[in-house]
Ligand binder design. Structure first.
Ligand code: SF4
Length: 438
């Protein structure tokens, strides 16, 4: 008997990707096949994003396409918490489940397309089913968030911080490394807060007393001998300990710190974690301790109440901090977020002008930072090899969000190889290099 096939669409952030991988791994383990199109699938699962209005629109669009082409659709993920809205818009959905609810998705799939018990199908690739290339993988260390940033509804959708046990994280990390992963990207909503919900209770499951704390976890992951890259790290005091690990070469000297703004007034209106910190002083101190540190951040412009003075403060911060990589969003209201009630909304034209100005300022900074690397040597992890050459990244570039390093004419190596290169040129976001050693 032929195994049922599932069409799967994964939308949203890296955390949602990890949820998708968990569901796909379970489906594969139970013998389900995957369909490359809606039409030939027995049913379709859509893992949605509900973070900002454009993400909600994209999710609704995909659900509508899946219903049109297939008709049998299960919705999961962040938008699943708005079951009322979904039911009203799409009364024919088979089931709606919330974020990180693999069990509920599997129950819905079982009810609609029962698995076929065939031992052949129970062969699972080591490390599970990955949506990223084989040589890097996201490692989710916690769910949820204890903060109440006024522009965000993630705590409502994903609940309070729930850290995974260190032994659980380590077990997954080991099996990913055994499966060939060379770079682990540690993600959660608030990576520096990892373990605070466990109140220091040691995890003895591996025969070692593992403290649920981000410094200890990073150190232990660093022993696996692959690149460990941290994302979504808030500037709490314990980040200094992480920078020590970076300076010692235990984890990559890379910090993704979502500052979101530099004006303390706006940060207070946003109710950002660690908003009282002197972030500029911290950036300088981190760089002093670890000169090779690359810092990535994201910012929001046009937040309600943002004055020209606030915006100039943000530009001043960027010029002083000389961050390596910056993403920027124009504020847009999210249904259910408390920031919607704040007075003094910023005119959309003005917000766009601020966005353009910030991106122009950062483009110059990025170019300057990259120019400083020309002539230097570094290790590169290869992401892709074509007839024209190879493309990879150094410790300073995270996949999908930062720039890349082009190695023109370099073939005969493979994705996942580490090579030593010398940087020869740069543009605003990317670098070009020549191969020194494979
Ligand atoms: S820290 Fe703030 S922005 Fe991030 S998930 Fe928590 S509430 Fe949302």
């Amino acid at each position: 008997m032929k195994a049922p096939t599932v069409g799967f669409v994964s939308l949203g952030c890296a955390k949602a990707t990890v949820d998708s991988e968990r569901i796909l791994t379970q489906l594969k383990a139970e013998g389900y096949g995957f369909s490359a199109n809606y039409e030939h699938a027995d049913l379709v699962v859509v893992n949605t994003c509900g973070f900002i209005e454009s993400a909600v629109d994209e999710s609704l669009d995909v659900i509508s396409q899946a219903l049109g082409a297939n008709g049998r659709v299960i919705v999961t993920g962040c938008l699943g918490v708005k079951a009322g809205l979904l039911k009203k818009k799409f009364p024919n959905l088979l089931a709606i489940t919330g974020p990180q609810d693999c069990d509920a998705v599997m129950a819905a799939v079982h009810a609609e397309a029962p698995p076929v018990h065939e031992p052949f199908y129970h062969l699972l690739p080591p490390g599970g089913v990955k949506l990223t290339p084989r040589h890097y993988a996201y490692l989710k260390i916690a769910e949820g968030c204890n903060h109440k940033c006024t522009f965000c509804i993630i705590p409502t959708m994903r609940g309070r911080l729930a850290s995974r046990a260190p032994s659980d994280v380590l077990g997954e990390a080991k099996s990913l490394v055994d499966a060939g992963v060379r770079e682990l990207l540690v993600v959660s909503q608030d990576t520096s807060a990892y373990g605070v919900d466990q109140r220091g209770r040691a995890d003895l499951a591996t025969g070692r007393a593992l403290r649920p704390h981000i410094t200890d976890l990073a150190q232990t992951l660093g022993e696996l001998g692959v690149w460990i890259r941290l994302h979504y790290v808030y500037p709490y005091p314990q980040v200094d300990e992480l920078v020590e690990l970076m300076a010692s070469g235990i984890i990559l000297p890379y910090l993704d710190v979502p500052f979101q703004h530099a004006s303390s007034r706006i940060l207070r209106l946003m109710k950002r974690p660690a908003s009282g910190e002197d972030n500029l002083a911290r950036v300088h101190a981190w760089r002093e301790r670890c000169p090779s540190l690359a810092i990535r951040s994201t910012f929001i412009v046009g937040f309600p109440g943002e004055t020209d003075i606030d915006f100039q403060e943000l530009l001043h911060f960027l010029r002083q901090a000389q961050l390596d990589r910056v993403g920027c969003f124009i504020y847009s209201p999210v249904t259910g977020a408390r920031a919607n009630d704040l007075p003094e909304p910023v005119d959309s034209g003005l917000a766009q002008a601020r966005f353009d100005e910030l991106m122009a300022v950062q483009a110059e900074i990025s170019h300057t930072r990259l120019r400083q690397r020309v002539g230097r040597e570094c290790m590169v992890l290869i992401d892709e090899v074509t007839e024209a050459g190879a493309v990879g990244r150094s410790a300073s570039e995270s996949p999908e969000v930062d720039g890349v390093i082009h190695l023109p004419g370099v073939t005969g190596i493979q994705a996942g190889d580490f090579v030593k290169v010398k940087i020869s040129a740069c543009d605003t976001h990317d670098l070009t290099a020549s191969l020194i050693e494979v």
